[in-house]
Design a binder for this molecule. Sequence first.
Ligand code: ADP
Length: 180
Amino acid sequence: MIILGRQGSGKGTQATRIAEQYGVVHISTGDMLRAAVAEGTELGQKAKVLMDAGDLVPDDIMIGIVDDRLSKDDVVQGGFLLDGFPRTPGQADALVGFVGDRLKLAINLDVAVEVVTDRMMARGREDDTPESIARRLELYEAETAPLLSWAEDRGILHVVDGLGSEDEVFARLQKVIETV
Ligand code: ADP
């Protein structure tokens, strides 16, 4: 499955819980990039500049990283929950090429722009500056929001209200996952 939703919608928190509950492998491209930054790898050095500005890391790089991760044994056996990927139509096409009909579910964790902006300002991650937040949300609307109709056309989209306590949102997610 994949989890879509604006920055600050709670995708990371909920994806961790889903992975624990159902035994799927949580693949967060943001976490993978932050690890590369912390390690100071070539990828990390390149990604840091883009991440700090709220820009996207180029598709070819992201697609390569995800392709590698999806081919590991744990994912092949346990299934995957992608968080932060796909984020562009090109990434979505690549994902279908990799997994085809093994992609069963796309959840849109729905939270309004005003709410996610406040949440990100409060969370204060290194790239949560007002400029970077605005840029990421702008790119979300331009590049990622079109994936909602892509997922709908594939018949796999479910919208879950992301407002409420962590437990409330998780209960809504469980309902959808168990139905599918
Ligand atoms: P957020 O959802 O708040 O942007 P993430 O942890 O998902 O947080 O991503 C942090 C940054 O990592 C993004 O702003 C972007 O620069 C980069 N990034 C993560 N995933 C992708 C992706 N699939 N494609 C391009 N860039 C990505």
